[in-house]
Write a protein that binds this ligand. Structure first.
Ligand SMILES: Cc1ncc(C[n+]2csc(CCOP(=O)(O)OP(=O)(O)O)c2C)c(N)n1
Ligand SMILES: [Mg+2]
Length: 682
């Protein structure tokens, strides 16, 4: 049976226009991917013009909007064409600038909510996990604030997305939590970049998805609007996450030597193919970026309906606020634009001072205590761990866990399961919505599993918080697989990511104060498993003078009898700050030199200081000998010590007692003094 579609001609016109616009964009850029836009034009026409998809281009941030993620980000020309037609802030001029410098239409979608681009996609599979995160976000909003916030999330994913490992993590998660507001549309064209899908994959996708607790809707002709309508009609009774398996023809509308083959995937079709497409579709081959006036009228009518729905919702929202003062108050506390939010943040900074302690402690535990303080003050703090909360101390103890039946106020912990990559991408999507403060945690060594999601957070300025514990060889017996070495250097190399490695409870408190007051993108907090001594002595400790600078003098030693003319300045982070202090003590008492110990909490914040401030921290005057100490790769520390001495670990670790590994890798006062004596100081 095929559904009757009243506005069939309108949808056909829209699909044809989407095809022509996408082809023109790719051809003008002489770069891009025509295959998916041509194969999915009917779907996009139906989604935006005829389905229940709720949106209002006049307010792309509308909290109750449905969301669409183009997980197969290479099909960006289709997304931009659709957003242009639907009156988002993407003009025809912008479309003509597809893939050009500083364009609103970059090669792959980059998160730009004002234009309707909901997520940065292109690294295949990750958009699926983002969509799962948006669905979780929607559930949490509905769970806290009720039906008014109910919405759906749609993702368009290709064969590649579903092959990627992250799709298994994300879809398994979605099924487990029964995200019945999630609709995955699978562009099942059986073609990938290199070849036919069958060359490299023979998954039983339908069975797989059923196994993930998804309902499966099959649309055997994904280029028939009636068939799409029929498939979408089945969403009405959705009680589980759904995958729509949409059989399409890649590059539909091109000549048979391209359409349906991998040659249509990612190369411009050529001017002749584009002209032929236009001729056979009743379009003028000499006209480019053409939008028929009749289509504009159709869309204007749809936009009017969208506006009316939006205004109705806004009216209901203000009534809801009046009728539900308690929830409304919480809503305001979550909304970063309100004074209530700002006042609350000021209070948290005070609360966090309860962490200050002079007792040695493991920084994962200190951080765990910080999370409890934060959770009580900030209803929007939510997060979870990849099955390591007992070790990484990330559980919000007084609160419940999210379950498929509980997304309410008290459900603040998200058990992510052993799914690090999806965890990071889900966290990104939740953070990107701007309501929740969203963190996730695991062992530092597994940050590699999450890496591309951290990278997309950095690229997109998603304010995600990545908590990493067990940060060095001091993990001990678990051995080199669990001992990070190059991870700090590798994350510090990532643009836009702020990496914090605090050294004691004062700095842990300061890191969070910094985050709450300054965060504009992702941060990583790197914490010890083992107990560390407290390095801070300053009773007037303030986050502005310390952690906010990225590096600062935490201890200043002067010998009773100055025997050496030079000063020694030691730069260290995290657990090595107290080691640096011990080394300094020795140098002061034994060699009689002046010593300063600098705690380097964040390379990135240090980089933001003025030259003058940097010089004063580095001690660039003559006669300063500089040493860096960190239980990790020395890569990058020359920025602090130039041709001074870098103490670190440039090999993998060992499986042994921490104290034995420490000796073996030379992270002891004796060893460092020996290296100091041997070093050719200039
Ligand atoms: C993680 C990742 N690996 C590889 C690529 C390169 N790539 C882009 S599209 C593509 C093929 C994807 O096939 P499919 O999803 O079926 O898209 P279609 O060819 O059907 O448009 C590949 C390998 C990528 N973008 N991301
Ligand atoms: Mg494909």
């Amino acid at each position: 049976m095929v559904a009757k579609v009243d506005n069939l001609q309108d949808l056909k016109l829209m699909a044809k226009t989407l095809r022509a616009l996408s082809l023109d964009a790719v051809q003008t850029a002489n770069s891009g991917h025509p295959g998916l836009p041509l194969g999915c034009a009917e779907l996009m026409a139906y989604l935006y013009l005829s389905s229940d998809f709720r949106f209002h281009s006049g307010d792309p941030c509308w909290l109750a909007r449905d969301q669409f993620v183009l997980s197969a980000g290479h099909g960006s020309a289709l997304l931009y064409s659709a957003l242009h037609l639907m009156e988002y802030d993407i003009s025809l001029e912008d479309l003509k600038q597809f893939r050009q410098l500083d364009s609103k239409c970059p090669g792959h979608p980059e998160f730009h909510i004002e234009c309707g681009v909901e997520a940065t996609t292109g690294p295949l599979g990750q958009g699926l996990a983002n969509a799962v995160g948006m669905a979780v976000h929607a559930k949490m909003m509905e769970g806290r604030f009720g039906e008014l916030f109910k919405k759906k999330v749609y993702a368009l994913a290709g064969d590649g997305c579903l092959m990627e490992g992250i799709s298994h993590e994300a879809l398994s998660f979605a099924g487990h939590y029964n995200l019945d507001n999630l609709v995955i549309i699978y562009d099942y064209n059986r073609i990938t970049l290199d070849a036919d899908y069958s060359v490299s994959c023979s998954d039983a996708v339908k069975e797989r998805m059923k196994g993930h607790n998804f309902d499966v809707i099959e649309i055997s002709d994904g280029n028939s609007i009636e068939a799409i309508a029929e498939g979408f009609a089945q969403l009405e009774k959705q009680t589980r996450p759904v995958i729509i398996i949409l059989k399409t023809t890649i590059g539909l509308g091109l000549s048979p030597k391209l359409a349906g083959t991998h040659f249509a995937h990612g190369a411009p079709a050529g001017a002749e193919e584009v002209a032929n497409f236009k001729k056979s579709n009743g379009l003028n081959p000499d006209q480019f970026f053409y939008v028929p006036a009749s289509l504009k009228e159709i869309i204007a009518e749809k936009s009017e309906k969208n506006r009316a729905e939006y205004e109705k919702w806004m009216g209901e929202f203000s009534i809801w606020k009046q009728e539900n003062p308690t929830e409304a108050k919480m809503f305001d506390l979550m909304d970063k634009k309100t004074d209530a939010y700002k006042n609350n943040i000021d209070q948290v900074a005070e609360d966090l001072k309860a962490l200050y302690s002079n007792e040695p402690d493991a920084l994962r535990s200190v951080h765990g205590k910080a999370l409890q303080i934060l959770a009580d003050r900030l209803p929007q703090l939510i997060g979870g761990s990849a099955d390591l909360s007992a070790s990484d101390k990330s559980r919000l103890n007084d609160y419940e866990s999210v379950t498929r039946d509980n997304f309410g106020h008290e459900a603040r912990n998200i058990p992510f399961g052993v799914r690090e990559f999806a965890m990071a991408a889900i966290t990104n999507a939740i953070a990107a919505q701007g309501m929740f403060i969203s963190f996730c945690a695991t062992f530092f060594t597994f940050s590699d599993y999450m890496r591309n999601a951290v990278r997309l957070a950095a690229l997109s300025h998603y304010p995600s918080i990545f908590v990493y514990t067990h940060d060095s060889i001091f993990v001990g017996e678990d051995g080199p697989t669990h001992q990070p070495i190059e991870h700090l250097a590798s994350l510090r190399a990532m643009p836009n990511l702020i990496v914090f490695r605090p050294c004691d409870s004062y700095e842990v408190a300061a890191v969070w104060t910094w985050i709450l007051n300054n965060q504009k993108g992702p941060v990583a907090i790197v914490l010890t498993r083992q107990k560390v001594a407290v390095a801070t002595e300053n009773e007037n400790f303030s986050y502005e003078d310390t952690v906010a600078k990225g590096a600062y003098v935490i201890r200043d030693f002067n010998p009773s009898e100055e025997k050496e003319t030079h000063e020694v300045r030691l730069f260290a982070s995290g657990s090595e700050v107290s080691l640096a202090i011990d080394v300094a003590r020795y140098l002061v008492s034994d060699k009689g030199c002046r010593c300063k110990v600098v705690s380097v909490t964040s390379f990135e914040l240090f980089d933001k200081l003025s030259d003058k401030e940097q010089q004063s921290i580095l001690g660039k005057e003559e006669n300063v000998r500089r040493i860096s100490i960190e239980a990790a790769s020395t890569f990058g520390w020359n920025k602090f010590v130039s041709n001074g001495l870098m103490i670190g670990i440039d090999t993998f670790g060992h499986s042994a007692k921490a104290i034995d590994i420490q000796e073996k890798v030379g992270l002891t006062v004796d060893h460092i003094i020996r290296r100091y004596n041997e070093h050719k100081w200039t």
